[in-house]
Design a protein around this ligand. Structure first.
Ligand code: HAM
Length: 412
């Protein structure tokens, strides 16, 4: 039979990689829950319309990258390509706007994008993210950025840089888009074919192009930050002032383009020098119109997501220590099982001999497990307990006595 493989762009998390992921989750939980964020998980698939409305019909994500299917009930569903639109959907659906604001939520979940697979880019990937919904204070933007910076720093992600920009309000952006489209049209002969087809749909993406002619044209293009309304500029200055006092360094990037349409005002992205072409380790920004776009009341919001695979690729690995094994139980028949069950009820970490090993094999296995005690149980239930460190052995009168003996040793 031909062997089967995991689909392109996906991977298995094997036990040796699970420890680093667990460490990441523990640090994320400590940093985010410590700052008052509560965990949220939303479904893996959603109505397709959530993303076409929320992420934006003209984005690459919606146009080319979604795993969309029709279910048996003839509904168009999509494997979530990102988490912000689903969380805003949940915020509206569960009336979270009546709770005390802002609502602060975090997640660690899988997402799906049909992108060209390469190092650091997968079709099923994980993000850790945080969203603050219901407050437009610049302190929210600054704190969001600071928390992502703290998380990446605590995880030991090397060579990080922060790029920061502001996109202003949708109205300022619309006026700016007109200006940029006119500029691009005036220089059409030097632009790449792809950029030309997007002049009306999404002229901002031209800043992203690798094409040399396009890059030369973009060097002289009008810049959105010069067109911000005074209140947006003031908001941005307040965000920057807070990052400055917190000692978070950043580079202002007036051309920072994010691949999602819901952003307004602050946008940011962290990159790592240790990653190759896919250098973005995390990013986000403010999305003040999104909740309303999804049928809720006008509600500001701000947040970010970071790629778990990219964090792991660019971080020092500090895996969690393995759970200790207090007792390894070997023997035949049902008696070993009774001892294991009783020891577990008493809170001990127990592993059973499951492979029919010889006595010699059992000793080796006990060493491999670094078990502090080994119990040899015979068919009649007689138990010999061995202390791995002192190598002392003694017969104990039944399971309860064995457990009491180990617990007593633990508390000495
Ligand atoms: P995003 O920039 O599309 O933003 O994704 C955030 C991060 O997810 C990226 O910086 C990258 O590390 C990781 N990522 C994205 N696509 C892939 C992929 N195909 N393979 C591996 N990693 C990937 C968002 O998704 C927004 N929802 C962030 C946000 C939250 N904005 C506001 N709140």
């Amino acid at each position: 039979m031909p062997k089967l493989q995991a689909p392109r762009g996906t991977y298995d998390v094997l036990p040796e990689q699970a420890a680093a992921r667990l460490a990441l989750e523990n640090v994320a939980r400590r940093v985010l829950e410590g700052a008052g964020y509560e965990r949220i998980e939303t479904p893996v698939f959603e109505a397709t319309e959530l993303f076409s409305r929320g992420v934006g019909a003209s984005t690459d994500i919606v146009q080319k990258e979604m795993y969309t299917f029709t279910d048996a009930g003839d509904r168009s569903l999509t494997l979530r390509p990102e988490g912000t639109a689903p969380i805003c959907r949940a915020y509206v659906e569960h009336g979270l706007h009546v709770a005390s604001q802002p609502v602060k939520l975090w997640y660690l979940s899988q997402f799906f994008r049909h992108e060209r697979a390469q190092a650091g880019r997968f079709r099923q990937f994980w993000q850790v993210g945080a969203e603050t919904i219901g407050a437009d204070d610049p302190a929210v933007d600054a704190e969001s950025i600071l928390l992502l910076w703290t998380l990446l720093t605590e995880l030991g992600v090397g060579g990080i840089q922060l790029r920061l920009g502001s996109l202003g309000t949708p109205a300022a952006r619309a006026a700016y888009r007109e200006e940029l489209s006119a500029y691009l049209r005036a220089h059409e002969e030097r632009l790449s074919a792809e950029v030309i087809t997007r002049i009306d749909l999404n002229p901002l993406r031209a800043f992203d192009a690798d094409h040399p002619g396009t890059r030369a044209v973009m060097a002289g293009a009008p810049i959105l930050m010069d067109a911000l309304a005074p209140e947006d500029l003031a908001h941005f200055e307040e965000v920057r002032a807070r990052l400055d006092v917190a000692g978070v360094g950043y580079r202002l990037d007036p051309t920072l383009v994010r691949g999602l349409d819901y952003y307004a005002r602050t946008v940011f992205e962290f990159t790592s020098d240790l990653l190759g072409a896919q250098s973005a380790v995390g990013g986000g920004g403010r999305y003040d119109g999104l909740v309303e776009q999804l049928g809720g009341p006008p509600t500001p919001g701000c947040g970010w997501a970071a790629g778990v695979e990219r964090i792991l690729l660019s971080a020092e690995h500090r895996p969690e220590p393995h759970a200790v094994c207090d007792l390894y139980v070997a023997g035949t028949g049902v008696a070993p099982f009774a001892l294991a069950a009783e020891a577990r009820r008493a809170g001990l970490n127990v592993q059973l001999e499951l492979a029919g090993r010889s006595r010699k094999g059992q000793r080796k296995q006990a060493t491999r497990l670094r078990a502090s005690h080994v119990a040899l149980v015979d068919d009649d239930g007689a138990i010999v307990l061995e202390d791995s460190e002192s190598e002392e052995r003694e017969s104990v009168a039944g399971a309860s006595a064995a457990v009491a003996h180990i617990l007593k040793g633990r508390h000495l």
